[in-house]
Design a binder for this molecule. Structure first.
Ligand code: GLN
Length: 509
């Protein structure tokens, strides 16, 4: 099969959900039996996003290989149910670093090293995969940062089957009750200056684009009316592929990419997303620190939605800040999550939440820091004044850095996939004796406390086979009280919810 590419660019402003468009298109292609290979191209000079302030870009999403990436990868994985790698995230910093290293090693054999062709070739070399490549360029057309990516795409167009999707904003003016196409016209004009012409225009707007607006955009932007796709505000992001399907976007893609003409069938997907509209099956409290911030727990929230949908309905989620929590209010909830986090703030409240759930048989899932909190709480129950090395709190450090991490600044993060051999309820939940989950943490449940804390009720229900470190803990005498050092939320997808979330919902129902 000849190489096939889908380009996804954006105009007018950023934050229009290009990643969701890319993920939706990937879903169509996957549904017709094709392999897809999404690549996200970011303009910034950081070599990887791990060094950027997470609060600026929403949640830090962690891939199986430990690469820390932005939330778009979460969308790709949740829609496609496939795991990505760090290779699929390009940044200008990474590309330049590679080109300069090659130059220093004398690999260019005396040539003058230039933006074109050397940098653009370096970019194109990243697109070597057998699947249909979906290349999303971050930011908007016209950003200086993105010029080299767009140039690389332009060069690809003449040799391969390409479907270029341009996502723009179609603003709605309340005063006149009109949708405005001018920003889209300008954005396409700007795109053309780079030598690219879109095949499909996705118009993001508050309202549905009607035929007249589609006609107008088509006229000014040299696409057919059917190639203008309406992408209005929807109450659920998982309905976006369905919205596109209604407008026969699958057919247009097939045409442009010269693919077999096959109706995409998302009926299974629709059954799941329809459940998300139904009554709530459980009311879950997420008891954490940055509860004022949107997106901090995006993957936890999505994992809950996937799990609830598989249990026939939606989920009601409430965020409670543990800095000022009255735990007696938790009796309004069917289940609780203590999510991951860093630092001392709100820690006492989290310990109180764990105690309340333990004593009142309220289902609790502890994620990463959540598991550490559950361990500290249980140690306290056993008469140890317990704490973590991370907290500004007196006591015995039941949670701390491992000796091999000492000396390094702040310890190194344990990132990405680690295996665990599991037993007890944890094993029942997963239905297997071995699991691999993703990690992002520094501190560990210290092995010198393992025997002291385990008493037949509290058990370490999962250990890493190599290091012997605790990966899961659970209580035997409790309907659902499981903590994990991992972040199972990162592996949850619409069609395949994370087992621990599924079980939390079942226990809460
Ligand atoms: N702060 C804890 C650690 O570094 C937990 C991290 C997390 O919850 N992601 O170990």
């Amino acid at each position: 099969m000849q190489d096939k590419y889908v380009f996804v660019t954006g105009g007018v402003l950023s934050g229009l959900g290009k990643g969701l468009v890319a993920a939706s298109v990937g879903k169509f292609l996957q549904n017709q039996g094709l392999e897809v290979y999404p690549v996200k191209c970011d303009g910034y000079l950081n070599v990887d996003p791990g060094t950027m302030n997470p609060n600026e870009h929403g949640e830090v999403f962690v891939l199986k290989d430990g690469t820390e990436v932005d939330m778009d990868f979460g969308h790709y994985e949740r829609f496609l149910g496939e795991e990505m790698t760090g290779e699929q995230n390009l940044t200008s910093g990474k590309i330049f670093q590679e080109v300069i290293s090659k130059e220093r090693e004398g690999k260019y054999l005396g040539e003058t090293v230039q933006m074109i062709p050397h940098v653009t070739d370096q970019i194109k070399n990243k697109f070597k995969d057998d699947g249909v490549k979906i290349i999303e360029v971050g930011g908007t057309v016209g950003d200086i940062e993105n010029m080299l990516y767009l140039e690389a795409l332009r060069q690809l167009k003449k040799d391969y089957n390409v479907c270029h999707i341009h996502v723009t904003l179609v603003p709605y003016l309340d005063a006149t009750g009109e949708l405005k196409t001018k920003p889209t016209q300008h954005s396409v004009k700007e795109l053309r200056e780079t030598g690219l012409q879109p095949d499909i225009i996705v118009g993001r707007s508050e309202k549905e684009l009607d035929d007249e607006i589609k006609e107008k955009i088509a006229l000014f932007c040299d696409v057919k009316k059917e190639e203008v796709i309406s992408n209005p505000d929807l109450d659920n992001i998982y309905n976006i592929p369905l919205k596109f399907l209604e407008q026969d976007m699958d057919r247009i893609l097939q045409e442009k990419l010269d693919l077999e003409k096959k109706k995409v069938d998302l009926s299974n997907w629709k059954t799941i997303t329809d459940n998300m509209k139904k009554d709530s099956v459980a009311k879950i409290a997420i008891c954490g620190k940055y509860t004022g911030m949107d997106d901090t727990y995006a993957s936890v929230e999505e994992a809950l939605k996937h799990a609830a949908a598989h249990n026939g309905g939606s989920v009601e989620i409430e965020y409670l800040s543990t800095e000022d929590i009255d735990v007696s209010k938790l009796n309004r909830f069917d289940g609780v999550i203590i999510p991951g986090g860093f630092g001392s703030r709100g820690v006492q409240g989290k310990i109180d939440v764990a105690r309340y759930c333990r004593e009142n048989n309220l289902p609790l899932l502890g994620l990463c820091l959540g598991m550490q909190i559950m361990t500290i709480e249980y140690a306290e129950k056993k008469g140890i004044e317990a704490t973590s090395e991370e907290f500004e709190m007196n006591g015995e450090e039941v949670i701390g850095l491992m000796p091999d991490q000492d000396g390094k600044k702040g310890g190194t993060m344990r990132l990405g996939d680690y295996e665990a051999e599991i037993e007890g309820k944890t094993e029942k939940v997963y239905g297997t004796g071995k699991v691999v989950e993703r990690h992002r943490h520094r501190y560990e449940f210290k092995p010198e406390f393992y025997s002291e804390l385990q008493d037949g009720n509290f058990i370490i229900s999962g250990k890493n086979p190599g290091s012997g470190l605790a990966e899961f803990i659970e209580l035997k005498d409790h309907p659902f009280y499981i903590g994990t050092q991992a972040h199972p939320e990162f592996k949850s997808s619409v069609e395949n919810p994370a087992p621990l979330f599924d079980e939390l919902i079942k226990a809460s129902k």
